[in-house]
Ligand binder design. Structure first.
Ligand code: ADP
Length: 630
């Protein structure tokens, strides 16, 4: 074939530039990335060979070789995995592997070069880490099942070329032409150290070979070199098969990083085994923080499933309910048949059993954490609270356990603090039957809201629902501990004991009767802006507030529908007036323009108090200035 020159996609060029020029001190991770890729390629080849024997007709002895050439200053990582054809090269090494290139650029800009290692991992661009130590990279590859070996080459600046290559057996070799200040990676001891540190658990032997030993090498030296080169650098023991007490946390951490491309150690490591109905070994990890992939619907990687040491797949739906997609790790079972398709596995009864055991294990880990370490639970909650809420909504079978894991800020907590529903219930005022909540876009607005006044007066706490999904969840939450959830900003809410409610109702009816003409005038004045004006039961200090009608659509739903370009008319709300407020008797005495202006101001203050913008700011400012002059 003719040599083809291709430009990198713009994002890659930009990223490469950053990779090369970054001050990133841990350049050594490039080796981990290349070895990981080699191991993945072998995993895939083994898996494909299960159903298509012709692909592994060469009867491969799976292995990864690292070859150093001191004369040429090259380091080569080779595997006998799947190999790549022209399309693979184009798609895998010419564009950022997964989508989200725009996001990548934004995050780079926002976080700066220091965050590079983290981003490289998250975006699956590990291959390019090679350019941290090399100024040219050559990939020789032959895809299993094809006949044309190819060579991919790039010195970064001029894009990359693809031409005929000369690899004569399937697999891939990545050769780094090292920069002069990076020649340490040609030394056996340095490579051995790195493999032990980052790749010890890789399931295939990783060997090192020096291609050009010194011509005058002494017999003894040669013997020693050959001996050590004959031995794999890694121990190859599957971590999940070892007892927890025999594994150092460091080893778990490195394995986790290999699996996930996370640059940080996991938040929680959970080794466990299933016994009884289905036997399996699992090693699960909870990450420290949510990555972007959590919010990418196309995210497909979940737990890796191994059957008798063969990697079968890591499709997300297979072993985890979708809301648990942040959990990473491995499940290994010998109870599953080896040669079934992934699609069949989805419906397999054994897989279903494993799935529910894994889900339950994650839940019990979180329950334990909640019981034993409130501070760490809060860390988890701030990273993954949103997915727990998603679980309440989507995982009916586990909803009751999940509800107990929910946390919310309340009118009583300090900013940034949250409480569990059971603690809310424990602290309910005597006679309080329902769980109260108030929705707002921001916690500060909720805390200041006049709607909280009567609840406070009656000693009732109120959950502050400020996450857009919160009010969306009411339907799936339904009840907790036999108590319903009641929105205090909606319809007719009354607090306190039955007697208090009764007394209040009577007082209210009387006030409403007394104020009837006044309320009607206010309503006439506000016209289309409100659906009604009435006496409030929820205010003690503020003169008025706006409340939604009983069956109004939740504000988050309105926002969502509008985001989807649906036409949602503004729902008219009710202006509630605090009959006991001195302002009311003042207003009652006004007429003409003075009354008009006062009502306009009253309405605007209700908007401001709840954190909404006033409709006509200029008019509001003028009215206020006039008032001050008076
Ligand atoms: P990631 O491994 O996270 O997907 P990389 O940038 O490291 O990201 O690699 C991009 C893709 O290139 C891989 O997903 C894989 O498809 C392909 N690839 C890389 N190295 C090899 C290899 N040694 N053999 C086969 N394919 C490879």
């Amino acid at each position: 074939m003719e040599k083809k020159t291709n430009a990198f996609k713009a994002e890659i060029a930009e990223m490469l530039d950053l990779v090369v020029n970054s001050l990133y001190s841990k350049k050594e991770i490039f080796l981990r990335e290349l070895v990981s890729n080699a191991s993945d390629a072998i995993d895939r080849a083994k898996f494909l060979g299960l159903t298509d024997k012709s692909l592994i007709a060469d009867n491969p002895e799976w292995k990864i070789q690292i070859a150093a050439n001191k004369g040429e200053k090259t380091l080569t990582v080779s595997d006998n995995g799947t190999g790549m054809d022209e399309t693979d090269l184009e798609q895998n090494l010419g564009t950022i592997a997964r989508s989200g290139t725009k996001k990548f650029r934004e995050m780079l800009k926002e976080k700066g070069g220091e965050s590079l290692p983290e981003l490289i991992g998250q975006f699956g661009v590990g291959f390019y880490a090679a350019f941290m130590v090399a100024d040219k990279v050559t990939v020789e590859t032959l895809k299993r099942g094809t006949e044309t070996p190819l060579r991919w080459e790039s010195d970064m600046s001029g894009g990359y070329t693809v031409s005929d290559g000369d690899r004569d057996f399937p697999g891939t070799s990545v050769t780094l032409h090292l920069r002069d200040d990076q020649l340490e990676y040609l030394d056996w001891w340095r490579v051995e150290d790195l493999v032990k540190k980052y790749s010890d658990f890789i399931a295939y032997p990783i060997t090192f070979r020096q291609v050009d030993p010194p011509k005058d090498e002494k017999d003894d030296d040669r013997k020693r070199r050959e001996e050590r080169e004959a031995k794999p650098l890694n121990t190859m023991v599957a971590l999940w098969k070892r007892a927890r007490k025999d594994v150092k946390q460091d080893e778990y951490d490195e394995f986790y990083k290999h699996l996930t491309h996370d640059w940080e150690a996991p938040f929680e490591t959970i080794p466990f085994s299933g016994e009884g109905a289905v036997e399996f070994k699992a090693l699960l990890f909870l990450p420290k923080r949510a990555t972007m992939e959590l919010f990418m619907p196309q995210q497909k990687r979940g737990l890796s499933l191994y059957v008798r040491n063969v990697f079968i797949g890591d499709d997300i739906e297979m072993l985890l309910p979708s809301w648990l997609r942040f959990v990473k790790g491995v499940v290994d079972s010998s109870d599953l048949p080896l040669n079934v398709s992934r699609e069949m596995l989805q419906d397999d009864a054994i897989v279903q059993k494993i799935k529910s055991a894994v889900t339950s294990k994650v839940l019990s880990t979180l329950e334990d954490l909640k019981k034993k370490d409130a501070k760490r639970y809060d860390e988890f909650w701030s990273a993954f609270g949103a997915v727990i809420k998603e679980g309440v909504h989507t995982d009916y079978a586990n909803a009751d356990r999940l509800k107990k894991l929910l946390k919310y800020p309340t009118a009583r907590t300090d900013a940034g603090k949250t409480v569990f529903l059971e603690d809310y219930v424990k602290d309910m005022a005597s006679g309080q039957k329902d769980i109260y909540y108030l929705c707002a876009e921001r916690e500060e607005d909720a805390r200041r809201s006049p709607q909280l006044e009567a609840a406070r007066k009656h000693g009732c706490d109120v959950l502050l629902w400020c996450d857009p999904v919160d009010d969306y969840l009411t339907e799936s939450l339904r009840e907790f501990d036999g108590k319903s959830f009641v929105d205090i900003a909606k319809g007719d809410v009354q607090f306190g004991s039955e007697e208090e409610k009764k007394a209040e109702k009577e007082a209210n009816e009387k006030a409403a009767a007394d104020l009837k003409p006044f309320l009607e005038n206010v309503k006439k004045e506000l016209g289309e802006r409100v659906s009604d004006v009435r006496v409030s039961t929820r205010l003690t200090d503020s003169p008025c507030c706006l409340v939604a009608q009983e069956h109004a659509m939740p504000p988050s739903m309105v926002r969502m529908m509008r985001a989807m370009k649906q036409d949602v008319p503004d729902e008219k709300r009710i202006l509630e007036i605090n009959a006991a407020h001195p302002l009311v008797s003042k207003l009652k005495g006004l007429d003409g323009d003075a009354f008009k202006d006062a009502v306009a101001l009253l309405y605007d203050t209700a908007l401001i108090a709840e954190g909404s913008p006033v409709v006509d700011g200029a008019r509001f400012a003028k009215l206020l200035a006039d008032l001050m002059l008076k």
